[in-house]
Design a protein around this ligand. Structure first.
Ligand SMILES: [Zn+2]
Length: 482
């Protein structure tokens, strides 16, 4: 009696393993094998972009590199879209469906970091890839090219498109691309973001409006003739105070933050110019519109009280993300099919050393990168210009573990891991999940229809309307000091 029982114990896991493998059809297994063979090449692409570390709207070399890969693979490239030198899209194929994949590639100021588990800048004070957008753009490029080859080989109709979207970090590249209509003929948009875990998302985030408020006063000697001056800095401080009082009287989930980007040139001259850069966020755009109108009143009040002139330049206005349940389920399925991220002994040692520098908390622990988390329903308190795209086209985002579990975005730890093999492994997983999901959509039109039905239901008749005025140019120099 015991022997057959033991055989059963051994046989059941083997059967399960065989069943799990059997879920990847043979031709897809072939695609994955080809992607494995090319993974190092795209890891190198991501590493070059990590080294370029170009900030928003200045990603000239990064976007050129991604374009050159797509061009070599036979994609048609539309350059400089929406009057942005580094924005582009690349298409291959014909007709419907049009499946788009988003790629980002901008770095963050001040986050230069070596690919080591201790904090050390490559170039002191220089930008770095603390949000892993070097991996983001490269994985999406990799996925689009892999999908193209599969479609060509199997003669499957449809169009695969890669969107090169600059300046996600505050510059809102996608909102200007959305205003230019580049997403309008797309049926589905797939995207991802580097993270410390593998998961599909059906949650959302906060809508965001940001602007620079500039005040113009009159200069005068601050001691000898202060009565002749009108202080632009006073206007900034009054605006800031008014916003602080307002903070008590806004809905609980509101976030308002600002910095003074210019407070005058010298204490002994009444400042004739000052600038404040302000963000406001809320989970719904129509509610945020009302909050924002009150912030503008605070700015007007500062100008009125100080007899200065105020100008507002809108920088960004991202919608909250409209999730898609159908696409999230497809992402989750493919993540589970492919499994998590497994470290080599060297990577494990790197991850352990880096873990010691992380804040101990109740976040994910080392080892969890091997697992696929449950589909997330969380509302993140951050914002992204993917939001605007998601109100135009059914859109879904997933994450892979490119960072050591417990790592936060915009940290030196995320910049470090984004420049070495741990990040690159997560990136290859992302490319595979994107490619598999895109192919599921190309080969099963019912899924495209289901995703559209979910989109219509969630949108509930609310049409997308860009918050950017029609005559406003993209803020190509928003990272420059005033
Ligand atoms: Zn990011």
């Amino acid at each position: 009696m015991k022997k057959p029982f033991l055989i059963t114990l051994i046989a059941i896991p083997l059967l399960f393993a065989a069943a799990a493998r059997a879920q990847v059809p043979a031709d897809r297994a072939d695609l994955l094998k080809k992607m494995d063979a090319r993974a190092q090449h795209f890891a190198d692409v991501s590493h070059q972009i990590w080294e370029f570390a170009e900030v928003g709207y200045k990603e000239v070399r990064s976007s050129e590199l991604l374009k050159s890969e797509l061009r070599a693979a036979g994609f048609q490239i539309q350059e400089k879209v929406a009057d942005i030198p580094t924005a582009f899209f690349a298409s291959w194929g014909q007709g419907k469906p049009v499946i788009g994949i988003l790629g980002e590639f901008d770095a963050l100021p001040g986050l230069s970091q070596e690919a080591i588990p201790q904090q050390k800048a490559r170039v002191a004070g220089a930008p770095g890839h603390g949000c892993g957008h070097n991996l983001f753009g490269s994985a999406s490029d990799f996925a689009a090219i892999s999908v193209k080859e599969y479609l060509a080989e199997k003669k499957i109709p449809g169009t695969i498109r890669f969107y090169g979207t600059p300046a996600e970090e505050g510059g809102g590249g996608k909102i200007y691309m959305a205003r230019a209509g580049v997403f309008n003929d797309c049926d589905i948009v797939l995207t991802w973001h580097p993270a410390d875990a593998n998961r599909a998302n059906v949650g959302s985030n906060l809508a965001n409006i940001t602007a620079k408020f500039r005040f113009y006063g009159k200069p005068a000697h601050a001691a000898a003739s202060p009565d002749k001056g009108r202080s632009a800095l006073d206007a900034v401080m009054l605006m800031g105070n008014a916003v602080e009082f307002m903070r008590e009287h806004v809905p609980q989930e509101t976030r308002i933050h600002y910095i003074i980007t210019n407070g005058g040139a010298s204490p002994n001259t009444v400042p004739d110019f000052a600038e404040i850069y302000c963000y406001a966020r809320y989970p719904s755009m129509p509610v945020l519109d009302g909050i924002w109108a009150r912030i503008v009143k605070c700015a007007q009040a500062g100008a009125l009280a100080t007899e200065t002139r105020m100008e507002m330049e809108l920088i960004n206005s991202a919608y909250n993300v409209l999730p898609n349940g159908v696409l999230a389920t497809m992402f989750d399925h493919n993540l589970r099919l492919l499994g998590g991220v497994h470290y080599t002994p060297e990577e494990q040692a790197f991850a352990e050393a880096l873990s010691k520098t992380l804040q101990p908390g109740d976040g994910l622990k080392l080892g969890s990168q091997e697992k696929i988390q449950e589909i997330s329903h969380d509302v993140s308190y951050a914002s992204s210009d993917v939001g605007d795209v998601s109100w135009i086209v059914p859109t879904a985002e997933m994450n892979t573990a490119t960072w050591v579990p417990g790592t936060a975005a915009h940290s030196w730890q995320s910049a470090a891991t984004s420049g070495m093999s741990i990040g690159q492994k997560g990136m290859t997983l992302a490319a595979k999940v994107l490619a598999m999901t895109a192919l599921d959509l190309f080969t099963d039109p019912k899924q495209v229809q289901a995703a559209k039905a979910d989109f219509d239901k969630r949108r509930a008749g609310n049409e997308y309307k860009s918050r950017v005025p029609a005559d406003q140019k993209p803020p190509l120099n928003y990272r420059d000091k005033p």
